[in-house]
Design a protein around this ligand. Structure first.
Ligand code: AMP
Ligand code: ZN
Ligand code: FE
Ligand code: FE
Length: 288
């Protein structure tokens, strides 16, 4: 198999704007051979996406992007899960907990916004999510609609981003819990967009990755829209040093962000190597 893949995408099941089935059509239009659907903290879109991908002749890697605790202002720790069983009970326990945390956080953010004189209600926010998991981009979209911010990015700077006045931390998981749940679901755990960890220097990055490796990390997302070519090279080397898989994806969010699907031009060989690692993962029961 040849061609290109995109191993990091979001649908309306989280904060993307394409419904999971539409994502398959987009992937076909973009000429991709395979995609991974990696919605934030939910597997709800995987069923619909799988059906549509089959119709379009696109391979689907069932995925997830789990929000973890970073413990550093501005830093984000996201762990991608690949080849997960969408019906895994261990993963369902984690996503239920994260959904609960998000449901509690959204009204708190709205309260902060109200205190800042912003006229927005929780109903307007939940209206924007259409039943999907609530993320700050949904709140940002309402703020843009109502004229409180010029763009989604502007809404993060003014109100929602870490350090901004209406920022509320999510109560999220430890990386150990996330990696463990992904493994229990039969998947591989990959550190998403390491640039977003906001490490002070390469020593800190190395320390963080070493800890994740001890916890069972399988790979590093070296190629991502936020990474320069030099950064991608650095993350590839890091992955090599720790014998980790290398992955890549665009972090496509549909119309919510200006990032084209497939824009990282990740070769199919990257998926093949990831699949081989999955097939040979330790602790795998024969025949499963
Ligand atoms: P949440 O899951 O609610 O914490 O929101 C995370 C989402 O917000 C991810 O899709 C991020 O890419 C997006 N996000 C975080 N910071 C910003 C920012 N400064 N501008 C635009 N989107 C952002
Ligand atoms: Zn997102
Ligand atoms: Fe992320
Ligand atoms: Fe993402």
């Amino acid at each position: 198999m040849t061609g290109y893949v995109d191993l990091h995408t979001h649908s309306t099941a989280s904060d993307g704007t394409d419904p999971p089935a539409a994502l398959a059509a987009r992937a076909a239009e973009a000429g991709l051979a395979a995609i991974a659907l990696t919605d934030h903290d939910t597997t709800a879109g995987l069923g619909a996406c799988a059906g549509a991908c089959a119709e379009h002749g696109i391979e689907l890697v069932p995925g997830i992007e789990v929000s973890c605790r970073r413990g550093k202002p501005l830093g984000a720790m996201h762990i991608l899960g690949y080849f997960i069983d969408p019906d895994s009970e261990a993963l369902a326990a984690v996503t239920a907990r994260l959904a609960d945390a998000r449901a509690r956080r959204a009204p708190e953010i709205v309260e902060r916004l109200n205190e800042l004189g912003v006229d927005v209600t929780i109903d307007e926010v939940t209206g924007a999510t259409e039943g999907a998991m609530i993320g700050r981009p949904h709140i940002a979209a309402v703020l843009v609609d109502k004229g409180y911010a010029r763009t989604i990015a502007d809404a993060f700077v003014r109100y929602l981003g870490s350090g901004a006045p209406a920022y509320v931390r999510k109560d999220n998981l430890t990386t150990e819990q996330a990696i463990h749940a992904i493994h229990q679901a039969g998947g591989l755990a990959v550190l998403a967009h390491p640039i977003q960890l906001r490490c002070d220097d390469d020593d800190e990055l190395e320390l963080v990755v070493r800890r994740l490796v001890d916890e069972g990390l399988d790979g590093v997302e070296a190629h991502h829209t936020d990474h320069s070519a030099a950064a991608a090279r650095k993350y590839r080397k890091l992955a090599d040093r720790f014998d980790l898989a290398v992955t890549g994806g665009s972090d496509y969010h549909g119309g919510r962000k200006d990032i084209p699907l497939g824009s990282q031009r990740i070769g199919y060989d990257v998926l093949e190597r990831l699949r081989r690692r999955h097939e040979h993962r330790p602790g795998r029961t024969a025949g499963v």
